[in-house]
Design a protein around this ligand. Structure first.
Ligand SMILES: N[C@@H](CCC(=O)N[C@@H](CS)C(=O)NCC(=O)O)C(=O)O
Length: 233
């Protein structure tokens, strides 16, 4: 079987649904290219996609062939499996269950992250503000209180003790998205979540990615309008 040579992430020039995929690629030190989609070409590209959406991952093999995978969750799980960001299992353990259990933590964060994404896409500032306030005051703190409890039971700092796995990256990605929208988040009630984020930022290359590579210089987040706007206006 041919081995993997490199990867391509095809997505808009924002972090959004490709943030965790890129973080996993960075953390694993794998070669990848961002192929940014422009709005002018999207109508044509859309028709060629398996389900009509972005993102997609192209896996390029050494023999010149390639495979394409669509859907954020499938891409994240594939990369996490490939790079060893899944929990270790003991002999005799139900490995499929253990992996699915890990993915459940990921999808829990993914769902919260999506809610922020949907709020940012609402047509008027009033609607965006109302929905984001609801998320800030009710939905996010409740979500985080469940995860804080889960992390308190881990030997820490990650969901699976000292081994970083898929949901750790998703938690950081969601936190960063919330900070972008809400400003600095208070961590007082969530010390284990804070420790988790700090630990993920110490995974090689992740802090660098977060600092330098999340902003691709095309779209920037406007705090007053609570939405993405062209970086150069
Ligand atoms: N279930 C898909 C949803 C993907 C999705 O909604 N992508 C948006 C961008 S974040 C998109 O393709 N929007 C353009 C369109 O649907 O035409 C996934 O998780 O990847």
């Amino acid at each position: 079987m041919a081995t993997v040579e490199s990867y391509e992430i095809h997505y808009w020039p924002i972090h959004g649904r490709s943030d965790v995929s890129r973080m996993l690629l960075e953390a694993a030190g794998k070669p990848y290219k961002n192929v940014f989609i422009g709005s002018a070409e999207w109508a044509t590209l859309k028709k060629q996609q398996r389900f009509g959406h972005t993102p997609w991952l192209v896996v390029k093999y050494t023999d010149g062939t390639s495979k394409t995978l669509w859907e954020q969750l499938a891409i994240d799980v594939y990369l996490a499996e490939t790079f060893g960001f899944m929990p270790s299992t003991e002999a005799g353990e139900d490995e499929a269950f253990s992996r699915a259990f890990c993915v459940a933590h990921h999808t829990s964060w993914l769902e919260l992250s999506d809610k922020f994404g949907v709020a940012m896409g609402l047509p008027t500032l009033e609607e965006r503000r109302e929905q984001i306030n609801k998320l800030r005051n009710d939905v996010a703190p409740l979500h985080m209180s469940f995860h804080e409890k889960i992390l308190a039971e881990s030997k820490g700092p990650f969901y699976y003790g000292e081994k970083p796995t898929l949901p750790d990256f998703m938690a950081l990605s969601t936190y960063l998205r919330m900070e972008e929208l809400l400003g600095e988040c208070s961590h007082e009630q969530f010390p284990n979540l804070l420790k988790l984020n700090e630990a993920v930022l110490k995974v090689p290359h992740v802090a660098d990615y977060v600092q330098k590579r999340r902003d691709f210089g095309v779209i920037r987040f406007d705090k007053d309008q609570l939405k993405g706007v062209p970086a150069k206006q």
